[in-house]
Design a protein around this ligand. Structure first.
Ligand code: NDP
Ligand code: PYC
Length: 343
């Protein structure tokens, strides 16, 4: 056992052990073994990479959602090959990641033959970080872009009430002699998960993140969560990107807009019932240039210009530490996970 701070006792768990533990939890709370394996790997990867807003912090939300009957934890996605560069998946009111897994081989083969392919997932729930959905494509030499819409909690720039979700955009590109270039960002000024974490810790937020129930600017996370709302990042610019995510992840896929579903009849439900879009590009089709070497050159020039931190660097540092020493979790949290797993 180690100590993160004088107040919080922590323990270390290996990535493989955490995946197994989360897998047992998901199965015990109503998912199929196949869905459990995918969600557990996803959630443990976020914890391993220090992406805490979408790591084990999310488990209570997954469990209350499964218990509420809002999501189908045993759904089997239906994959449709609809055009030369277009794959559609009906996730069957299940999670988005198993839908992606079911369509992945077809998507990659289409991207490699046509140069570009699109995956449109609908009737799906995404409760996770988005980078795990794109990074593996870049690890096999492909460029990937994904968007997913969430639940109404963001006021469009210039509007009076919330309408958009926190609507993240994730991008991954291969890089010669280096980890893929990956960014993953909410189009809100802050992710909803981070507001919940700040509220739990009793911390105030920086200015410009959200408004209270009267529409007044607030730095109190509880005021945002209890009747208030978030703002887009970057004013009208983030708002336009959030609108784009609604169009691509919902209108184009056949999924719900963030404002089109209601949890009211499912107390405990937390997962947005929306859609997700992925675009995968095979850069070997570009003219005469090796894309991965070009992306490495860009990174080299960014460093030469004085840049110290690229998106993804923090995650990779956290990943290396977790894989070397284990993933550090508060003992209380680990005990709770073991109890949920029935260990
Ligand atoms: P952050 O603002 O923490 O980070 C956004 C991106 O910027 C990351 O790629 C991050 O890299 C990078 N970054 C952060 N700080 C710096 C810096 N100083 N210099 C260079 N790069 C930097 O993420 P968000 O709070 O916007 O989103 C958090 C997570 O929430 C995401 O994974 C997102 O997918 C998820 N989310 C999921 C939703 C869903 O519906 N499923 C909805 C909304 C959000 P690094 O990771 O290395 O720090
Ligand atoms: O952090 O904004 C968020 C979020 C919404 C759905 C899943 N994560």
């Amino acid at each position: 056992m180690s100590a993160q701070s004088p107040e919080i006792a922590t323990a270390l768990i290996s990535f493989t052990e955490l995946v197994g533990l989360l897998q047992r939890i998901f199965v015990r709370h109503g998912t199929s073994p196949e869905v459990a394996a995918i969600l557990a790997h996803n959630c443990a990867s976020a914890e391993r990479d220090g992406a805490h807003s979408h790591g084990v912090f999310r488990i209570p939300g997954y469990l209350s959602t499964l218990a509420s009957g809002w999501v189908n934890g045993t759904a089997v996605p239906t994959v449709s090959d609809v055009a030369s560069g277009f794959v559609r998946v009906d996730a069957g009111n299940g999670f988005a990641q198993p839908a992606l897994a079911a369509a992945r081989a077809l998507l990659v083969s289409k991207a490699r033959s046509a140069g570009i392919a699109l995956l449109a997932i609908h009737n799906s729930h995404h409760f996770a970080a988005l980078w795990p959905d794109v990074e593996p494509f870049a690890e096999e030499g492909l460029v990937a872009l994904s968007v997913v819409n969430s639940m109404t909690c963001v006021v469009p720039h210039g509007a009076d009430r919330p309408l958009f979700g926190t609507n993240p955009i994730a991008f991954a590109a291969p890089q010669a002699d280096g980890a893929p270039i990956v960014f993953d960002l909410a189009t809100s000024a802050i992710a909803h998960g981070d507001v919940q974490i700040a509220a739990r810790k009793g911390e105030r937020l920086p200015p410009g993140m959200g408004v209270d129930s009267l529409g007044q600017p607030t730095q109190d996370p509880k005021a945002i969560l209890e009747g208030g709302a978030l703002l887009p990042f970057g004013g009208h610019k983030g708002s336009a990107l959030s609108m784009m995510v609604e169009l691509l992840a919902a209108a184009l896929t056949g999924g719900n807009f963030s404002f089109e579903f209601s949890w009211a009849d499912h107390p405990g439900a937390r997962t947005p019932w929306t859609g997700q879009l992925l675009i995968v590009i095979d850069p070997s089709k570009t003219a005469g240039q090796n894309f991965a070497e070009r992306s490495h050159e860009l990174v080299r020039q960014m460093h030469a210009a004085g840049l110290r931190r690229l998106p993804g660097d923090r995650r990779h540092r956290a990943r290396a530490k977790s894989l070397e020493t284990g993933i550090e979790l508060p003992v209380q949290e680990l005990n709770q996970l073991q109890e949920w797993a029935g260990d």
